[in-house]
Design a protein around this ligand. Sequence first.
Ligand code: NAP
Ligand code: 3JM
Length: 347
Amino acid sequence: MSKVNVAIVGATGAVGTKILEKLLERNFPSSSIKLLASKRSAGKEIEAGGQKFIVEETKPEAFEGVDIAFFSAGGSISEKLAEEAVKRGAVVVDNTSAFRMTEGIPLVVPEVNLDALREHKGIIANPNCSTIQMVAALEPIREKFGLKRIIVSTYQAVSGAGAEAIDELATQSNQLNERAEIEANLLPQAAGQKHYPIAFNAIPQIDAFDESGYTLEELKMMNETKKIFGMPELQVSATCVRLPVVTGHSESVYIELDRDDVSVADLHEVLRGAPGIVLEDDIHTQTYPMPLFAEGKDDVFVGRIRKDREQANGFHLWIVSDNLLKGAALNSVQIAESLVDLKTSIG
Ligand code: NAP
Ligand code: 3JM
């Protein structure tokens, strides 16, 4: 397969827009790119990389002749249309949570488990944004020293909740500046019973609650991490929090290794030079990752690495990445690039 026909479902959204940008920026070998969204956007013109694209409505017939279809329009759209795309010969790279935990569907972060791609039967799942940056940063450590346990707290940006959530933060910030009443219509969850302001706040709920008391976002991180690492026995617990940051998720991660003879310098050594990872860890120069500076960058940034003072095999890390890039669009495009390279069963 040399050149491929591509479709992006959800092309007008926060993630879809970045998928198109990344395809063009990385010279993805496409012979055509079809932009798909809801009926509301049909006919809309989008300009990117000096080219003009016209958005079409997402219908089963739109996938005729498509080789690779990126889906990022929500789980229900993927559930309804991904199989329709596969039926017409496309390989689907799905950005939603619809198929991530389905047995037989690979859940891929290329730096971690590229080989899983070979097993695909038409659909490949892209993990949750918070999962991707965490497993990408932990993989070099896991590979060298073994991993027993992860406890993570996230500090997630509003762009992870879509284009409307970015607008809501901007509107509320203006309302606060003007001493006007703050209107909250979307977060933590559009379909939820209550909405809270995100401006100057921290909301400890992302997605709906499960009976167990965890949120679905937390369960995604816990379950997806075990699947990607192929370690059902790994102990993982997550707390996911939304912050008034536009783009860039941050994570405070506590890990326990298989060994208790590892030093901070050892972790620095394995992370330095690891693919897609940038070590920013020097307290003497106040060097550590921050979301404002990760925005627009492809890498996962790691810093504030400390050995736990009581637990010999315990370490604390601070991991930051652009949630729309490595957390979503870039990882999807890297999956598609690997598909082309591996010349798997498409085209
Ligand atoms: P967004 O900014 O709200 O965009 C939603 C996109 O879906 C828009 O293009 C929208 O088109 C389209 N859409 C809505 N209803 C549709 C329909 N009935 N048929 C076809 N397209 C429809 O959201 P986002 O942040 O880009 O996220 C989109 C999805 O990607 C999320 O729901 C989530 O499942 C997934 N996501 C994944 C990751 C990740 O993998 N790490 C991260 C964030 C999001 P219109 O403009 O026409 O409404
Ligand atoms: C990130 O409406 C939906 O199905 C989308 C919910 C959503 C997801 C998801 O569950 O697919 C919003 C933002 C994600 C994600 O990546 O898991």
